[in-house]
Write a protein that binds this ligand. Sequence first.
Ligand SMILES: Cc1ncc(COP(=O)(O)O)c(C=O)c1O
Length: 433
Amino acid sequence: MTALHLSKIGNKMTNKVGVRAIMHDIQEVLNSNLNQYVNLSAGNPAILPQVYEMWEEALKDIVNDKQLKNLISQYGSSYGTHELIDCIREYFFTNYRIKLDREQVLITSGSQNLFFLALNSFCGTSKEGRVKKALIPMLPDYAGYSGVALEEGVIEGIPPILSKLDHHTFRYEFNKQAFKDKIAQDPDVGAVVLSRPNNPSGNILSEESVQLISQVCKDYHIPLLIDSAYAPPFPAINFIEMDPIIHDNIIHCMSLSKVGLPGERIGIAIGKSDFIKVMEAFQSNILIHSSRLGQRMVVSTLKSGQLAGISANHIRTHYKQKHDYLKNLLTIRMPDDIPWYLHKAEGSLFGWLWLEGLPFSDTDLYNKLKAENLIVVPGGSFFHGSQSSSHNRECIRISLTAADEELKKGIDILSSVVKEIYSSNFIFQTEKI
Ligand SMILES: Cc1ncc(COP(=O)(O)O)c(C=O)c1O
């Protein structure tokens, strides 16, 4: 086959490096023989019975009301349907006393697409030829941000402060001074982006930290994207109190995926109309609009109160129990005398494990676990190329979407591999993914 002559963007998008290399490898492994492996890598949410019933009911209502034809056979506005936008406005006014105009809400085709629109509008090569960057205030953070940038080297992040809370628990702390210094010294920050609750660590940045980040961004006229894919009001996978924070310079980003609708691709951006207008134009060029059927399903569940209710009463409880279960398993099954630390459970659907002093990299550990039929996500790609510390190569992400039995099997494998690794006579052959 002759070599393809791809554009720079074509090459960037197809290059299997970082998270794409890992995800590609995981996919190949699981396709080869799914049943052989304990899969603790999934980002797909568990579909709880109450969640499925809610969406099934919403779809049945659409069909019974003879709405289906109108929804699937017509194009619509690139902002999203008026009825969903008005529903979001009403929800934010009733619950948070936040008044939004229609032009301040954009329905996107999933929140991954939302970040694609925003990061490529506010970051990348500017008219003046300078490369504007997207800054993550506290690493690690969602690996997908590096994937959506059309240009290389756009994502940068600030290393966290590591705080050990007890023998086997730690938490990331936001380095305020480093953030303030970076913004003050680097004129090329085009946007700031963070997930809250955080994927992968489950950390929730305090309200005080977010207010500070927002104020600094405001002072320097930088849009701040707050990725709320796991936040309240839906899917509400927060185990500590938190509320949406909305200011003039914030783009509040929501997703319907973790509340059981990843296949319908619905994301929501809320922000100043100037920001929203830019993203709407971009969206209309590349994909016109999000699924109208999915948008209609969201309207009925939001209006009935089920979306927020099921999130707070079932989804949040489910993942909190899963995290407690994981912590308990690790405590019982992992060797007590090696320095392993689980990030404090504050939210999201992952356990984030730090193996301090791991004698080789996280990808080597991934390969070693894979050889024992356990699949986890090595943590390096969540640090977006930052080489600031050996910590960046010492973490793995464990998905809480697996059944208890699978989690137990997985932690047994992990524990025996870790015991072997930390024993003094261990020799490891590195292998490339
Ligand atoms: C933090 C975070 N942001 C955004 C996304 C993208 O989600 P979606 O495009 O399905 O809304 C994900 C998906 O896992 C995520 O974890």
